[in-house]
Design a protein around this ligand. Structure first.
Ligand code: AMP
Ligand code: GLY
Length: 420
């Protein structure tokens, strides 16, 4: 099978790492990839949002199966375009990707089908939104509708902070913020719940948890994710069954009934409250860095699972997992999530990757002559397996200590929450 993976982050490195090892894969391409992915796949310089370029490449290179990593091309309809050109593709249609692409769509679906989520109201007029938050005694969460690269959400502890957030988002995001979703502030522990969905069947993956804040102790601004671990002890087997029954299954049934069946990875961001699990958000692709802990724990071959998802054949499918924990620590360029320089040289990657049970996934890297240089905010995902979270954590940090990159930083407390 000739396979193309679309994207160039740590998630796509983990996907390529697993797909390259599949006996079903004869040739693997990645667009655009990165310096680490280049060890697993032939990288082609087409960006993930260049739909015309990707479809043309897949046609002219006789690609049998395309795996789309990031949300932007899914929301823009890449899978629809590929499938209508006769190329099989893993990921939801644009209509199904609205579960992530539009918070208002997701919240309306929850309301219609009784899916547990934070209470909410939607506004197109910022003045009406402000009047609404002033009518509440306490804080709330202000979200911009549409994709905003993780920047469109403000958790406001007080009414004054909520009003400031409405002003801030309206100015910052312009058109993307014309619809604001104001939510009840939920309290609890967060977890990432991923499942493969083939239109009707929901096949849960292992549980995971990520770290969104930039600094140790969950301080500082939100990021795309500074690390992750799996499994997430907060999600017991009974809780997982409840999440499938009360959240994922009704969603998948509603999407199929509406004529827009969901196929791909459905990733529910959950808040485990004292009233049980509630849906914070849906993502229509693997989480990143969660993907970097889920895939190394998967014993089964990933590629046939992705093909069965596309083909609507998950009902008879079983996935096997290693009975091990995984921890991924993200290394980012100093300055992230704000402005950061590009081009600093990273050394010691071979020494780090040669430790037992360690894989260094690349996110924002490029090769310049013989050097690996940092090209992005999040640059590396140093992942280790262990018999316990604590063991995996120790091994991941041993690997990090072998990486010589003065311009980089990481959180020092990834996994501590689960191993305490
Ligand atoms: P979202 O992109 O909607 O998942 O929001 C990003 C982050 O904001 C989540 O991971 C939570 O940490 C936080 N968040 C979002 N919605 C709520 C809510 N209703 N209550 C509390 N925290 C929230
Ligand atoms: N780690 C959070 C995300 O991928 O959205």
């Amino acid at each position: 099978m000739r396979v193309l993976v679309v994207g160039g982050g740590g998630r796509e490195h983990a996907l390529c790492w697993a797909i390259a090892a599949s006996p079903l894969c004869d040739k693997l391409y990645c667009a655009p990839g990165n310096a680490g992915i280049a060890q697993e796949a032939e990288c082609v310089p087409i960006v993930a949002t260049d739909l015309d370029g990707l479809v043309a490449f897949a046609r002219s290179n006789r690609i049998d199966f395309v795996v789309v990593g990031p949300e932007a091309p899914l929301v823009a309809g890449l899978v629809d375009r590929l499938e209508s050109s006769g190329i099989k593709a893993f990921g939801p249609s644009a209509a199904a990707a609205r579960l992530e692409g539009s918070k208002a769509f997701m919240k309306d679906l929850c309301r219609q089908h009784g899916i547990p989520t934070a209470a909410y109201a939607t506004f197109t007029d910022p003045l009406a939104a402000k009047a609404h938050v002033r009518s509440k005694a306490s804080g709330c969460v202000v979200k911009a509708d549409g994709l905003a690269a993780g920047k469109g959400v403000v958790v406001a502890a007080t009414v004054a902070a909520a009003v400031a957030a409405i002003d801030g988002l309206t100015h910052e995001l312009g058109a993307a913020a014309t619809t604001l979703v104001i939510e009840e502030l939920l309290v609890g522990e967060e977890a990432s719940f991923h499942a493969l969905v083939d239109g009707t069947t929901v096949l849960p993956l292992a549980t995971a948890q990520d770290y969104k804040r930039v600094g140790d102790g969950d301080r500082g601004p939100n990021t795309g994710g500074m690390g992750a671990y799996s499994p997430a002890p907060v999600v017991s087997d009974a809780m997982a069954a409840e999440v499938v029954k009360r959240i994922l299954k009704p969603t998948v049934t509603a999407m199929a009934t509406a004529g827009t069946p969901f196929r791909g990875v459905l990733y529910a961001g959950l808040m485990i409250t004292h009233e049980g699990p509630k849906l914070l958000e849906y993502n229509v692709r693997f989480g990143d860095p969660e993907c970097q802990v889920l895939i190394p724990r998967m014993m089964s071959d990933l590629l046939p699972a992705l093909v069965a998802t596309r083909d609507g054949e998950l009902a008879k499918f079983h996935l096997r997992w290693w009975d091990k924990a995984a921890v991924c620590v993200v290394m980012a360029t100093t300055g992230y999530p704000g402005a950061y320089p590009k081009g600093s040289v990273i050394r010691g990657l071979d020494a780090a990757g040669s430790l037992p049970d360690v894989t260094v996934f690349h996110a924002g890297t490029a090769r310049v002559d013989d050097d690996i240089v940092a090209q992005g905010g999040r640059v590396l995902g140093v992942t280790a397996l262990g018999t316990t979270i604590r063991g995996a954590q120790a091994q991941a940090y041993s690997a990090i200590d072998r990486i010589d990159w003065p311009e980089g930083f990481c959180r020092r407390d990834i996994g501590r929450r689960a191993s305490a």
